[in-house]
Ligand binder design. Structure first.
Ligand code: NAD
Length: 446
C-alpha cells in the first residue's frame, strides 16, 4: 500500500499534520520513536508548566500575607509535584493517541529511517518493515545543545532540561548556564521552591531576544528576591558542580552548586535522513513559506527547520505543509505574528515587531504600566508590569505588543489578532474588552 503521507516525528508538528491529512480522508503513517506528543508534551512545555504551577501555588501561599491571608505552615512535597506532572503528561499523550485513532492512520512506535526517495514516492524503514508514501513530512524536532565547554560531558552534576524534569528530588542549589527561555523558566521554578539559583548568561541581557525594558523589570524583581544573575559572563569550564566563568572585563569567577543546568539552546535533529543526501540543510532543514524543502515531495515542519522553536509555530507549519500537499497552495506561514510567552513570574508575552527590528523614525512606541488595569491592581499587589505597543507611524497599524505582568500569556492572542490582521489603532479602538480584565490594558494603551 502507498500512503498519501508519511510523518516522521509525533510532536506538535507531526500529530497536527497527521490529523489534518486524516480529516481530508488521506492515508497516513506516523513514526514516533519515543512517545507521541514529542518534546512539548513529554519533556518540554507541558511538564514545565505543570511544575511551575505547583511552585506558584506554594510561592503564592508563602507570600499570601499581602492579600490578608496568613498561611503560617505551608510546605510542599516535590515528589508529589513530580508525580502530578507525569499524570498530566500521560493524560495528554493519551489524548493525542485518541485523536489519531482512525482506520486511515498507522502509528509506528519506532525510529524511522528514509531508505530512498524519488519524486513519486518515499520509502521508509522502521522496525524492520518498509513503508511507502507519496509525500514525506519531516518533523523530527530538536535536542538540547551540549556546548563544547570542558567538563560538561560525562559530568553527573550537569543536567539538561530533560534531566531537570525527570528529577523527583529538588536540587540543593543550582547554577543555570544560559539565561534564555529554558534557563529563566527553571530559575523561576527552583527559586519559588526555595532553591538558591545563579544564572550565568553570556550576553549583556538575559532573554537577549526580548524587549530590553520588559526584561529589565523581570531582572530587577528577580535580583531583589534573591536570584543571582550574571550577564556578560561566559562559562569557561566545569568540574562537578564547580563552574569557572569569566566576566566581560576578564575577571575570573568560581561558582559552585549541587547541579548545573545547561540551557544554551537546542539543535535540529536530523538522524534517519542520511539517505537524502541532496536535502538542503542550513542549521535546520531549509524550507520555504509553504514548508517545502528543495525535494519535490518532501516537506519539513517544527524545530527541525531551525526557524522559531515553538510548539505553536510547529503546529502552524504542519498545517501549512499538509495544506500545500493537498493543493491548497495559498496557505503560507506568517512569522511576523507569532506570539511568544516566557513563563516566569510575572509572565512575559509578546507578538510582532520590536523596536530593534525597525528603522528609527518609522514607528511610535506607547508604554503603559499594567497597573492602569484595575483587575491587575486587584490581583498583583506591589507589582507594576508593563505593556508596550509598537505602531507604524505612517499606516497606524499595530506592529507589535510586548508585555510583562500576570496573566499576559492569556491575552497576548488578542494582540496577535491585531498584528496578524494588520489592524490600525483606530480599528482596535472599536473593539470592546470585558471589564474588569487585565486585557483592558490593550485598550488603555491606544
Ligand atoms: P535560548 O536560545 O532561548 O537561550 C539560550 C541562552 O544561552 C541565550 O541567552 C544565550 O545567549 C545563552 N548562552 C549560550 N551559550 C552560553 C554560554 N556558553 N554561557 C552562558 N550563556 C550562554 O535557548 P533555550 O533557553 O535553551 O531554549 C531552547 C528553545 O526552546 C528556544 O528556541 C526556546 O524558544 C524554546 N522554548 C520555549 C519556551 C516557551 O515558549 N515558553 C520554553 C522553553 C523553551
Amino acid at each position: 500500500m502507498q500512503y498519501f503521507l508519511a510523518v516522521i516525528g509525533g510532536g506538535p508538528a507531526g500529530y497536527t499534520a497527521a490529523e489534518k491529512a486524516l480529516k481530508a480522508g488521506k492515508q497516513v503513517v506516523i513514526f514516533e520513536q519515543e512517545s507521541l506528543g514529542g518534546t512539548c508534551l513529554n519533556v518540554g512545555c507541558i511538564p514545565t508548566k505543570t511544575l511551575l504551577y505547583s511552585a506558584k501555588q506554594y510561592f503564592n501561599a508563602v507570600n499570601a500575607d499581602k492579600y490578608g491571608v496568613h498561611a503560617d505552615t505551608v510546605s510542599f512535597d516535590y515528589g508529589k509535584m513530580a508525580q502530578r506532572k507525569q499524570k498530566v503528561v500521560r493524560k495528554l499523550v493519551a489524548g493525542i493517541k485518541q485523536r489519531l485513532k482512525s482506520d486511515l492512520c498507522t502509528v509506528v512506535n519506532a525510529a524511522a529511517t528514509v531508505v530512498s526517495r524519488t519524486d513519486e514516492k518515499v520509502v521508509i524503514e522502521a522496525n524492520g518493515e518498509q513503508y511507502e508514501a507519496a509525500n514525506l513530512l519531516i518533523c523530527t524536532g530538536s535536542t538540547n545543545f551540549v556546548p563544547p565547554i570542558p567538563g560538561v560531558k560525562d559530568n553527573v552534576a550537569v543536567w539538561d532540561s530533560t534531566d531537570a524534569l525527570a528529577a523527583t528530588v529538588l536540587p540543593q542549589s543550582m547554577i543555570i548556564v544560559g539565561g534564555g527561555v529554558i534557563g529563566m523558566e527553571f530559575a523561576t521554578l527552583y527559586h519559588e521552591l526555595g532553591v538558591p539559583v545563579t544564572v550565568v548568561e553570556a550576553m549583556p541581557q538575559i532573554l537577549p531576544n526580548l524587549d530590553p525594558d520588559i526584561v529589565q523589570l523581570l531582572r530587577d524583581k528577580y535580583e531583589k528576591s534573591g536570584i543571582r544573575i550574571l550577564t556578560d559572563t561566559k562559562v569557561m569550564s566545569l568540574e562537578g558542580g564547580k563552574v569557572t566563568a569569566q566576566t566581560a572585563t576578564s575577571e575570573d569567577l568560581t561558582l559552585e552548586a549541587e547541579h548545573v543546568l545547561i540551557s544554551v539552546g537546542r539543535r535540529s535533529r536530523l538522524t534517519g535522513l542520511e539517505a537524502m543526501t541532496d536535502l538542503a540543510v542550513n542549521r535546520g532543514i531549509t524550507v520555504d513559506e509553504k514548508m517545502r524543502t528543495n525535494l519535490r515531495n518532501v516537506y519539513a515542519a517544527g524545530d527541525v527547520t531551525g526557524k522559531i522553536m515553538l510548539a505553536h509555530v510547529a503546529s502552524r507549519q504542519a498545517e501549512v505543509a499538509v495544506a500545500n500537499m493537498l493543493g491548497e497552495t495559498d496557505q503560507t506561514i506568517d512569522y511576523n505574528a507569532i506570539p511568544s510567552v516566557v513563563y516566569t513570574n510575572p509572565e512575559i508575552a509578546g507578538v510582532g515587531r520590536m523596536e530593534k527590528d525597525l528603522a528609527e523614525g518609522t514607528y511610535e512606541v506607547r508604554s503603559l504600566p499594567m497597573a492602569f488595569s484595575g483587575r491587575f491592581v486587584a490581583e498583583n499587589e506591589g507589582e507594576t508590569g508593563l505593556c508596550k505597543m509598537i505602531i507604524d507611524k505612517e499606516t497606524r497599524k499595530v506592529l507589535g505588543v510586548h508585555m510583562i505582568g500576570n496573566p499576559c500569556s492569556e491575552f497576548v492572542a488578542t494582540a496577535s489578532f491585531a498584528v496578524r490582521m494588520g489592524y490600525t489603532v483606530e480599528q482596535m479602538e472599536q473593539v470592546v474588552f470585558p471589564h474588569p480584565t487585565v486585557s483592558e490594558i490593550l485598550k488603555e494603551i491606544l
